[in-house]
Design a protein around this ligand. Sequence first.
Ligand SMILES: Nc1ncnc2c1ncn2[C@@H]1O[C@H](COP(=O)(O)OP(=O)(O)OP(=O)(O)O)[C@@H](O)[C@H]1O
Ligand SMILES: [Mg+2]
Length: 252
Amino acid sequence: MSTPPSAAEAPTPYAVVVQGLTKVYPTGGEPVRALDGVDVSFARGAFTAIMGPSGSGKSTLMHCMAGLDTPTSGSVRLGSTELTSLDDKRLTLLRRDRIGFVFQSFNLLPMLTARQNILLPAQIAGRPVDPERFAHVVKVTGLADRLDHLPAKLSGGQQQRVAVARALVGGPEVLYADEPTGNLDSRSGAEVLSFLRDSVRDLEQTVVMVTHDPIAASYADRVVFLRDGRLVDDVAHPTAQDVLDRLAALEG
Ligand SMILES: Nc1ncnc2c1ncn2[C@@H]1O[C@H](COP(=O)(O)OP(=O)(O)OP(=O)(O)O)[C@@H](O)[C@H]1O
Ligand SMILES: [Mg+2]
């Protein structure tokens, strides 16, 4: 007779688990405590937004979870991997193979077409791209008739969709996006947000997005709020108005 797995061995429903995360930046004067003991978990296949006032630690949290910055103390687990125990080389591989990142400025290479930009990271990694996945990502991003265009010939929304497609094509365990609609007008922003939401629904993608925009946050399944480096609120299925109310309470 087999014994059921103990709770510790059971697969976690979370893609990312953060515990007691603290980040102190040494500066010339008083050190800055950008994160102050954050505990938060992000469910697999869910779309979560992180909000909070400027300087509340949103980007720092995301960078620590993406292996782009190292915390002062605490733990970040991606699946069963503890990021804080990895050396630089392993962290680089983890970022390359298991994490997607989208920045506010699209960071596309101007001399490469949309298709070449999307395929570049896999090419650098010497990793084949699954043609079905590529076709699916291109279809969901609505980029099929734009693949041979250079970034300069694409709208801001299309460029950001190329950046998202590039981050998604390798099938990362988590897609992190730091203000992905910050440089876009509202229509292009809506395109990118719908696409992120569809990738969660159709590709079972886990997405974590930092945003200042209550409408952007309302696309998410859940919104967590930071203030002064601490997690202060957590709301499921919020409307833009819910988000506005919480932000007003936080900033008031
Ligand atoms: N490299 C650094 N050195 C020193 N302090 C830093 C550094 N990076 C961030 N900080 C400080 O840490 C705090 C949190 O910064 P962070 O960039 O995470 O905020 P944020 O919530 O993303 O803000 P914003 O909404 O303006 O992007 C701020 O006080 C910031 O000044
Ligand atoms: Mg930021």
